[in-house]
Design a protein around this ligand. Structure first.
Ligand code: ADP
Ligand code: MG
Length: 614
């Protein structure tokens, strides 16, 4: 079912663009328009619209860390203050060009943000917010106690920058307009930075870490590095906004860092729609308009903004953009026309691994893991050969998943060791993934709000070579890498019969398709060893066939596949060797035929659970 608007925009994709261009043109021409209507044009250009645009830059920064990275920052007013100090110190104290101030402000903002993140490494969501709050107070306190920064009074007479040798003066509309255009240009650049970043590997990695640090690590993404990078970039943008703020106002003082000055960013972001590209702009436009209307009711400003926020959260809980996208009119059309046919060609994405027959790809030696009194894994030995499928079976609670977590660095071992291709395995989960051992969890770990294609691309993150700067600037290396990775991802999806749904959000898939997608995403990391924890649960016959084809293809390419499965028929048909666990111990090991006839296995597992043989 498509609505009128969906058909309208699909037929006229330029309609939205035309609107954006019109608004941009209006903003560019604003000084001329308002000069025609008002004697007070300087105020409307700089203090009203220009100031709102600076607020929008800061809100984009907040959107980057809080929306896309899940890092609730209460230090954005502090970063703004620091950026303001940077430009004030450079221009007023040192007599250098305010342009240098802008550069220093970006650096100061980035460094402060990165430092704050690094001292709060293990902090959870709210705890992290508290640490940023402390950092905010600290920045204000430093300003207050520093005479060089003007103590409580701060620094005034901050000049506007000079442009082509012309010193801009606040008294002239032309000069104020030039600064206004500089701010507008910066806003456009920062918005593009946000868009390019979010659509690049850095953005996908940040969203992965936000959704589940565990899944991110399983895909070889380093959670700390990702968060630090994102927060530093957001900090740099906030510092830049602070510098523009100080130039716009002409002064900076510690009170600028007060938390209630940040209300407007949060209200703007939540009204516009958090974790959307357009949200910060629309939201700040709305809040700035409200702020303008209530400008004569100063003492009630916070009260009114608070009420607006409350009302927004009640009426449009996901903001203007988020609620629009979730509504009947704005919901993206899920194109179901393409049939879910599986392409039969084995994707070249899976490289052929040349390993001598009998090479041990993954070995667990004497693995032990106790949870209090529960001996979940109690001396398990396991050798997985390259180019084979190795089954692990056993009753529920026999320690299969725990064994996998021990092999992949998700649990600290109580004993034993792990080797990858005869080398000691690294200790962190993400390093093991990078060493070529990728696991798929027993419980679904998809990024549900992200598209099917982006889920697969996230799996390729650890293979990306282009740096974040190259991605943001869309330099050739990023572009060619991005193109190849998208082609590869589509090829993999086609092999799993999911290509026609590449643009769907992952949570719109059926259960079985989600399981397949998770396997595809893991394959996208280019593992040498792939561990699948009960991937066949809840799959239809057709999906089972797809999974079987994928696993067979991987084996043919020389990978080692570890398959944990309850579906005995499925396991027996696929595996070269099977290890049987019971109560955390290996009770049998051998070919499917050997295992099937083993009396201990019959007693512990097959005999006890005949329904598993469905
Ligand atoms: P399987 O995957 O074979 O069904 P698991 O490896 O999940 O079994 O669990 C093995 C045993 O360890 C079970 O008794 C389970 O209750 C226990 N266990 C697993 N994870 C934890 C944990 N994080 N904390 C405490 N006990 C656990
Ligand atoms: Mg399990």
């Amino acid at each position: 079912m498509t609505t009128f608007w969906q058909r309208y925009y699909r037929a006229r994709p330029w309609a939205l663009r035309a609107l954006v261009v019109a608004v941009l043109a209006l903003l560019v021409l604003w000084p001329f328009i308002i000069d025609f209507y008002s004697y007070n044009a300087r105020y409307y250009v700089g203090d009203v619209v220009g100031f709102a645009m600076i607020t929008a830059i800061l809100t984009i920064s907040l959107n980057l860390c809080m929306g896309y990275g899940g890092l609730l920052s209460l230090m954005h007013t502090g970063l703004q203050l620091a950026g303001g100090y940077a430009v004030a110190a450079m221009a007023v104290r040192l007599g250098l060009s305010p342009w240098w101030g802008l550069v220093v402000a970006i650096v100061v903002g980035a460094v402060l943000a990165a430092a704050t993140l690094l001292v709060s490494l293990r902090a959870t969501y709210l705890y992290f917010a508290l640490i940023t709050l402390a950092a905010n107070l600290l920045i204000m306190e430093v300003g207050r106690s520093s005479e060089w920064l003007g103590s409580d009074i701060g620094i005034s007479n901050i000049p506007l920058p000079s442009v082509f040798g012309r010193d801009l003066s606040r008294a002239s509309l032309a000069d104020v307009s030039i600064f206004y255009w500089i701010v507008l240009g910066t806003l456009v650049l920062v918005w593009i930075l946000q868009r390019n970043l979010v659509r690049s590997g850095v953005g996908r990695a940040a969203m992965a870490v936000r959704e589940s640090p565990e899944t991110a690590a399983a895909l070889g993404i380093a959670p700390v590095r990702t968060k630090a990078l994102l927060f530093a970039i957001a900090g740099g943008v906030a510092g830049l906004a602070g510098a523009l703020y100080a130039m716009q106002k002409g002064f900076i003082n510690p009170a600028v860092g007060a938390l209630d000055n940040g209300l407007i960013f949060f209200v703007g972001l939540l009204i516009g729609g958090i974790a959307t590209l357009e949200g910060p702009i629309l939201g700040v436009a709305a809040v700035a308009a409200i702020d303008f209307v209530i400008r004569d009711y100063g003492p009630y400003r916070v009260l009114i903004l608070g009420a607006v926020l409350l009302l927004t959260l009640l009426l449009v809980p996901r903001g203007i953009v988020g609620s629009w996208r979730g509504s009947r009119w704005g919901r993206p059309v899920l194109d179901d026309s393409g049939e879910a046919v599986r392409s039969s060609a084995v994707p070249d994405v899976v490289p052929r691994l040349e390993a001598a027959p009998g090479t041990v790809a993954l070995a667990g030696i004497g693995l032990r893991k106790y949870f209090g009194g529960v001996k979940a894994v109690d001396g398990v030995d396991l050798e997985v050969l390259a180019g084979t499928v190795h089954g692990i079976i056993g009753p529920n609670g026999s320690g299969k998943s725990t064994t996998v977590s021990c092999l992949t660095g998700f649990l600290r071992l109580d004993g034993g060791r792990v080797e990858v291709f005869s080398r000691p395995a690294p200790t962190s989960a993400q390093a093991i993934s990078r060493a070529g051992v990728t696991r798929v969890f027993q419980v679904p770990h998809l990024f549900e709000q992200v598209s099917v294609l982006d889920n697969v691309l996230t799996g390729m993150r650890s293979r990306e070579r282009a740096s974040w700067v190259e991605s943001v600037l869309r330099l050739p290396r990023h572009r060619s890498e991005d193109r190849t990775h998208r082609e590869e991802a589509l090829e993999l999806l086609a092999f799993a019969g999911l290509a026609s749904r590449a643009q769907w959000p992952a949570d719109a898939l059926s259960h079985g398709q989600k399981r397949l997608l998770e396997v595809v995403r893991a394959v996208a990391t280019r593992p040498r060893v792939l561990i699948l924890d009960e991937p066949a649960t809840g799959l239809t016959q057709d999906e089972l066939a797809g999974l079987r084809a994928l696993v067979t293809a991987l084996r043919e390419r020389g990978l080692a596949v570890v398959l944990i499965e309850h579906n005995v028929e499925f396991v027996m048909g696929l595996c070269e060797r099977i290890t049987v666990l019971d109560s955390g111990r290996v009770i049998a090991e051998g070919t499917p035929a050997e295992v099937r006839d083993d009396p201990a296995v019959l007693e512990a597992y097959l005999g006890a659970e005949p329904e598993g043989a469905s």
